[in-house]
Design a protein around this ligand. Structure first.
Ligand SMILES: [Zn+2]
Ligand SMILES: [Zn+2]
Ligand SMILES: [Zn+2]
Length: 257
């Protein structure tokens, strides 16, 4: 199983237009971050988690030639506004899309043109929405939604095999920690050094990563407060910042019973 980080930036993207800070002004590639998404390739299928605004660029840059299903963590703009870019992959067959019923209702509300009969032609994504509460199967692959708090909202991360992706998170409920046992790789919200009402700070992410105990944790949804190189040098063993176009091979496929 292979995971590709398509984007590792927070909602603004890095560089932020007009910002003159050191990270936004950096010419080093690992300080440039598109909005957050990952592609999980397993069992011969490409599963995309979230459709950020720069999705077309991310798919082209990473040579993604097929998407078989989409999982949505929640309906914030930085995670959904590239949905139209999946049109090319839903011409022949409707794209299976999974998320909480609440998230899917919000997607119907902000993309009304997709769901109403309009002009002829293939100009719209064709989607098959399925609301999920707990674990489900797609094409023989078990997918486990991971409810976490994102401020006051409950949103999803997802676990597939020994990989878990939790991009927007300010607290993890006890029942979700149980679903995070025996992970090989964890991708976790690590926004910035200072506390934030809806995201983990670096210290909170490190503490959660320690408690979860994955072999390797990659922090994502990263703001312009964190320089990739100096931050990584100071992180504890087993925890690093992710970066755009990072590929990770997952060693094992265990999942909790
Ligand atoms: Zn900046
Ligand atoms: Zn969010
Ligand atoms: Zn976000």
């Amino acid at each position: 199983m292979k995971v590709t980080f398509l984007g590792t930036g927070t909602s603004f993207g890095i560089p932020i237009p007009g910002c003159r800070c050191r990270v936004c002004g950096s010419t080093k590639s690992k300080n440039r971050r598109l909005r957050p998404a990952v592609l999980v390739s397993t069992g011969g299928k490409n599963i995309l988690i979230d459709t950020p605004p720069e999705l077309r660029i991310q798919l082209v840059e990473n040579f993604v030639d097929r998407i078989d299903a989409i999982l949505f963590t929640h309906c914030h703009a930085d995670h959904v506004y590239g949905l139209d870019d999946i049109r090319v992959f839903s011409m022949v067959k409707r794209m299976p899309v999974y998320g909480s019923p609440n998230t899917l209702n919000e997607i119907k509300r902000i993309f009304p043109y997709i769901f109403i009969r309009t002009q002829q032609g293939g100009g719209k994504p064709k989607l098959k929405l399925t609301g999920v509460h707990g674990r489900f199967r797609f094409s023989g692959i078990t997918i486990i939604p991971l409810p976490v708090f994102h401020g006051k909202r409950s949103v999803f991360g997802f676990r597939i095999g020994a990989f878990a992706y939790i991009p927007d998170c300010s607290a993890i409920p006890a029942a979700t920690f149980v679903l995070l046992r025996d992970l090989d790789v964890l991708a976790l919200d690590g926004l910035r050094k200072e506390p934030h009402p809806t995201h983990f700070s670096l210290d909170q992410a490190i503490e959660a990563a320690r408690r979860i105990g994955a072999r390797q944790t990659f922090l994502t949804h990263i703001s312009h407060n964190l320089d990739h190189y100096s931050t990584n040098a100071a992180l504890p063993a087993g925890v690093q910042l992710a970066y755009d176009r990072l590929h990770v091979t997952i060693r094992q496929t265990r999942e909790p019973r």
